[in-house]
Design a binder for this molecule. Sequence first.
Ligand code: PEP
Ligand code: MG
Length: 739
Amino acid sequence: YRRLINMFGDVVMGMDHHVFEAAFSKVKKKYKVTDDTEVPAEGLKQLCEDYKAVYKKHTGQAFPQSPIKQLELSIMAVFGSWNTSRAVRYREIEGIRGLLGTAVNVQSMVYGNMGDDSGTGVAFTRNPNTGENKFFGEFLINAQGEDVVAGIRTPQPVADMPKWNRAVYKELLAIKKILEVHYCEMQDIEFTIERGTLFMLQTRTGKRTGVAAVKIACDMVKEGLIDQKEAVLRVPPNDLTQLLLPSFKPTARNAADVLTRGLPASPGASVGRLAFTAEEARERSEAGESVILVRKETSPEDVDGMNAAAGILTSTGGMTSHAAVVARGWGKCCVAGAGDIDINEKGKKIKVDGRTFGVKDLISLDGTTGEVMAGEVETQEPKLSGDFAKLMKWADEFRTLDVRTNADSPADSKRAREFGAKGIGLCRTEHMFFEADRIIHMRAMILADSEKARRAALKKLLPFQRKDFEGIFKAMNGLPVTVRLLDPPLHEFLPHDSSAQKAMAKELGVKPSEIVKRAEALHESNPMLGHRGCRLSVTYPEILEMQVRAIVEAAISCAKKNIKAHPEIMIPLVSTEAEIKIMKNLVINTAKKVQKENKTKIEFLVGTMIELPRAAIKAKDIAKHAEFFSFGTNDLTQTTFGISRDDSGKFLNDYIDNKIFTIDPFVSIDDGVKDLVEIAVYKGKKQNKKIKLGICGEHGGDPKSIYFCSKAGLDYVSCSPYRVPIARLAAAQAQLKIK
Ligand code: PEP
Ligand code: MG
């Protein structure tokens, strides 16, 4: 009876269950016992009266005595639960639409608390953490379901059940088999034993880790329960991340002290002590310490430190901010835009949730959920098992969409190829200049006050660029490599701090004040919409010439070494036909010149990015001069919405909370952006039937967006190296679903 009042008050009347627990504690104290079952009958009788009083106090009514009334109210509560904000949000996230509501089953109960021959439990038909085909779960003797959930008593593993009741255990194993053969899926079951008789309460598909999902899918094919197609469809692509990167041990993760949540900018798990400058992060990492680089935002000056650090944490910036894009490329854990963290870079402290952390304090970052946790949470290394390779092979057989990678260095290209990339869809050439010995020339080029000075800086950049291209072509031997011409948002490349300004002054032989002056002159109010992309080459064609020279010379050098280079030269941020026409002529003329000088011919394509709404709408004109389109959906999303990629982190959560967006449009492609892509595909193909179509924005690694790309008729998606296996699986699922 006391359970009825408790459950009814909590579930039906929405009372806080603590008020009941407080009343129960008082009674236990009176009888000087700790366990619920130790309270004598007399105490329980008293407790029922106390519960009724508590119920009346909180609901303003007496506890209903008629069973029919209790049932009626209970049924109404189940119907009501359909529209709670939690349920509505759950359906939104899971994409569940078009249902009328929930049903209610009324049935008689069995009791697990009828003595020591009774009990209750929850189990999975296979291990949900590892996927091992072994019955896995817990049970409690002389207890009801809520006792397991409330955590007051510690349950025993089901493996210990034979010691208590071997017959029931055997029966459960037989039921496990029946259920799996029927559902062809791992099941999550609840059961009760009343006076030695087993009753099954419910069964449903069990949730599992990525590792378990892969193993269960492969094992079930082996056992003849499902076919390869079904196995490929069974594994949620994003869950593969857990197989590729370090992760937190589930038990440690559950017990972690979460301080705040930022954007899950780059997945993985990292633990380290705080470092507040890139230099400090590098030095301490080199000395063997594991550090987390904490910055308000990152700039290319931080790249060395970002690379050295175990993880990166920023308080501003969105999913496509510099830190996020760079970290994802490296498979480095990054939480960005954690706005609740107050960073005092000078004082080397962060304040969050009323607590302060400094350089000696450990924190843990979960780049998969965006959570920031205090202290060290235990991690585990990934294992690329045979099952993973098997599943990937099946996926490759079913997909038609190609998967390329976004990579800017020979090392990243090599890694991406190991993950199964079939070419490079985006090599961001400005990323090749992040390192200290290069950025100085890059800055000299940007800050040059004459064509002569600019050409001098470009000359210094040429050998770096040529060598990198050669390395990338070699790593991708025989596969296409899309090289995008320079597209540096200038604000990311200007020297911000005084030591960088001094170094630049020395390099250019001017006073530091002159550097400050030139940097100020280059300052843009909206750098993302500023002098970037092909606009830079319209003003300074010598930049484009240097890059095309480096690409062609590298391809020629490869040809001489029998390495098959297939460069695809890509012009960024085009919006008009005249722009691409001028750019293409410059590319062709430079390439001709370099080939003539070397008396060697090479094959290459020239194409463009479609990343501005005008380019998508006028795709027919642009396709006259392009052999391929690559959709830059980062900029296309930014410009379609007029929402800055760099600043959106500040208000995107409010947009999601207010249901204006169901998901961050920089993560999963938006319907309006989809329309623009479809227009460009249609018009581009109309002009040039053979036009090659791909996507290289961050959406290229997002399963939902990949489904769209497959439907829209693109030839390939391109994503960061660590997302390549995810994209391969998502592309196969898209194909199977479309079919
Ligand atoms: C894009 O805009 O989608 C793109 C790939 O280019 P970037 O992110 O370098 O601007
Ligand atoms: Mg872009």
